[in-house]
Design a protein around this ligand. Structure first.
Ligand SMILES: *[C@@H]1O[C@H](CO)[C@@H](O)[C@H](O)[C@H]1NC(C)=O
Ligand SMILES: *[C@@H]1O[C@H](CO)[C@@H](O)[C@H](O)[C@H]1NC(C)=O
Ligand SMILES: *[C@@H]1O[C@H](CO)[C@@H](O)[C@H](O)[C@H]1NC(C)=O
Ligand SMILES: *[C@@H]1O[C@H](CO)[C@@H](O)[C@H](O)[C@H]1NC(C)=O
Ligand SMILES: *[C@@H]1O[C@H](CO)[C@@H](O)[C@H](O)[C@H]1NC(C)=O
Ligand SMILES: *[C@@H]1O[C@H](CO)[C@@H](O)[C@H](O)[C@H]1NC(C)=O
Ligand SMILES: *[C@@H]1O[C@H](CO)[C@@H](O)[C@H](O)[C@H]1NC(C)=O
Ligand SMILES: *[C@@H]1O[C@H](CO)[C@@H](O)[C@H](O)[C@H]1NC(C)=O
Ligand SMILES: *[C@@H]1O[C@H](CO)[C@@H](O)[C@H](O)[C@H]1NC(C)=O
Ligand SMILES: *[C@@H]1O[C@H](CO)[C@@H](O)[C@H](O)[C@H]1NC(C)=O
Ligand SMILES: *[C@@H]1O[C@H](CO)[C@@H](O)[C@H](O)[C@H]1NC(C)=O
Ligand SMILES: *[C@@H]1O[C@H](CO)[C@@H](O)[C@H](O)[C@H]1NC(C)=O
Length: 415
């Protein structure tokens, strides 16, 4: 299961969210806080042939014991993150005058780890490193939402959504920040060397690109080793809130048009992926199997899209890998006529309409018995209650009538 997830994450390339790490000195004082997403692309050899793998720094990477806050001017602060079977990423910090920097970052990867490097010819631990990637003003946190790509021999590393600070005096991130150049670009383009006193840039807010109608229902299927393993009917709508260059918030509502949506996917014994691409938007559903309960469920969703040009950062990505939605017993189908809002992140909602879905075991390429969603059942409840109330009323009238009849009957008899 966990292996499946890792493989899925590696396969999706972007399921992983950023994670937060802390380094403390022996007295327990925090001196480094780092919250970052790191994507790796590694080239290795399988019997002479080049192979590329992509993976993320996993969220459960551990802060290794070699991490330290440094000792005066004898050693520098360092954050070492261990992950998987013998891989590690180190950030070595240094300070100069009023700045601190990641002077060097070092990545060790273990080619004998068959999970990440299947069939690798070599089995040794390789090391790559790169100098000075990040610099910030002392007493500020470094913030960089945009991606920073670093190409090295056989390894490319991409840092994104980085918030970090070293040489902390207070144990918490500073309020003031040093923004990276990449993030500044989008802001400076709309504030062209205007004096500081213009606080608000008066650009008219463009209306959100909205298609308020409900999306049409698309039919998607994926074939696995044993035949159809994903059968899904649903309408899809993406709802993304994003910051715009003018500092206001924008809303991007996108309905997936079924004829223009391409689907792909794959299945394993315990996980299944459905990959839907419409124009610039891509949604990947990750289904899992709860083997003990014999139920399938939606465990994760990844969303990637391009936002309108007025967005501060037009390339948008969000994912959530700890969901538990669209759940039904294996062999049955999950059905919901009500709109369901799947929360991917605070910024991204995936609205699902008229869904019917079945994963893993699908007999005869047709949906099995239906398990209706709670929302539908609640909606069904209203007519049921009204019906029951009416039936009750009829019953009461009937009983009253019968009693009345009996009484008058009895009355006649006593006379
Ligand atoms: C981290 O997660 C991966 C899969 O997500 C799992 O295989 C691995 O055992 C976990 N490692 C630790 C130390 O929890
Ligand atoms: C998803 O589909 C897109 C476009 O069809 C493709 O480029 C991508 O590799 C697919 N990803 C997965 C995980 O299937
Ligand atoms: C950036 O990281 C923060 C904190 O981990 C997270 O809440 C946010 O969703 C991330 N943003 C993106 C665009 O990934
Ligand atoms: C790194 O990026 C360069 C150019 O962007 C590309 O040519 C190279 O194949 C990449 N290497 C890896 C290991 O992904
Ligand atoms: C740094 O090293 C110098 C000697 O090289 C020493 O005099 C000084 O006290 C050290 N400073 C700190 C803060 O440890
Ligand atoms: C590794 O080798 C096995 C058996 O030779 C093969 O089935 C599999 O596809 C290979 N995997 C990769 C990533 O080349
Ligand atoms: C320390 O952090 C607190 C918030 O946690 C803040 O109110 C305070 O001003 C900080 N002190 C210094 C010296 O930065
Ligand atoms: C943040 O920066 C402003 C302006 O440079 C400064 O006045 C303020 O004291 C700083 N705040 C902290 C907590 O350092
Ligand atoms: C979906 O089902 C149709 C009809 O059974 C079939 O032709 C098509 O190949 C299937 N698509 C996938 C991706 O399995
Ligand atoms: C889109 O998301 C925003 C913010 O979460 C919410 O206020 C709005 O109602 C959503 N709209 C739709 C159609 O889901
Ligand atoms: C959908 O695809 C058709 C045919 O490929 C094309 O004419 C049409 O413009 C597309 N519509 C959208 C909204 O992409
Ligand atoms: C395919 O069917 C075989 C035999 O029923 C089973 O052992 C195997 O786990 C199935 N594979 C998948 C991916 O469902």
């Amino acid at each position: 299961m966990a292996r499946g997830l890792l493989a899925a994450a590696a396969l999706l390339g972007f399921l992983q969210a950023s994670s937060s790490f802390e380094v403390k000195d022996p007295s327990g004082k925090v001196c480094i806080i780092a919250d970052l997403t790191v994507a790796f692309s590694v080239e290795y050899k399988i019997s002479g042939k080049k192979e590329f793998v992509q993976f993320f720094l996993p969220q459960n990477a551990s802060v290794a014991s070699q991490s330290s806050c440094g000792k005066g001017n004898t050693s520098h602060p360092v954050l070492v993150l261990d992950f998987g079977a013998g891989h590690s990423l180190s950030l070595n910090f240094s300070e100069s005058a009023d700045k601190y920097q990641v002077e060097e970052f070092v990545f060790h990867y273990n080619l004998s780890d068959a999970t990440l490097f299947p069939n690798s010819t070599a089995g040794d631990v390789k090391t790559v490193s790169h100098k000075s990637i990040i610099q910030a003003q002392m007493g500020t946190k470094y913030r960089c939402i945009n991606s920073k790509h670093i190409n090295m021999k056989n390894v490319n590393v991409t840092f994104s959504n980085v918030t970090l600070e070293a040489y902390l005096t207070n144990g918490t991130l500073s309020v003031n920040k040093t923004e990276c150049a990449e993030d500044m670009i989008s802001t400076t383009t709309i504030v062209p060397t205007t004096p500081k006193h213009t606080t608000q840039v008066p650009t008219p807010a463009p209306t959100p690109t909205s298609s308020p109608s409900n999306p049409a229902v698309g039919k998607y299927n994926v074939t696995g080793p044993n035949g159809t393993c994903i059968l899904a009917y649903m309408g899809l709508q993406l709802n993304i809130t994003y910051p715009k260059k003018d500092g206001k918030m924008g809303l991007d509502l996108l309905n997936f048009l079924p004829p223009n949506t391409t689907s792909s996917g794959k299945c394993d014994n315990s996980f299944a992926l459905l990959n839907l691409t419409f124009e610039k938007a891509k949604v990947v559903f990750h289904f899992a199997l709860n083997a003990s309960a014999e139920k399938f469920f939606l465990q994760g969703v990844s969303v990637r899209t391009t936002l309108p040009p007025e967005a501060k950062n037009p390339s948008f990505e969000a994912s959530n890998s700890s969901m538990s939605e669209l759940r039904a017993s294996v062999g049955n189908s999950y059905k919901c006529s009500s709109e369901e809002n799947l929360q991917v992140t605070d910024q991204a909602l995936l609205n699902v309409f008229n869904v019917q879905i079945q994963i893993f075991k699908i007999d005869g390429d047709k949906f099995g018995p239906v398990e209706e969603c709670q929302l539908d059942e609640n909606n069904m409840l209203i007519p049921i209650i009204v019906g029951a109330a009416l039936a009750g009323l009829v019953l009461i009238v009937l009983i009253a009538y019968l009693i009345g009849r009996k009484r008058s009957h009895a009355g006649y008899q006593t006379i």
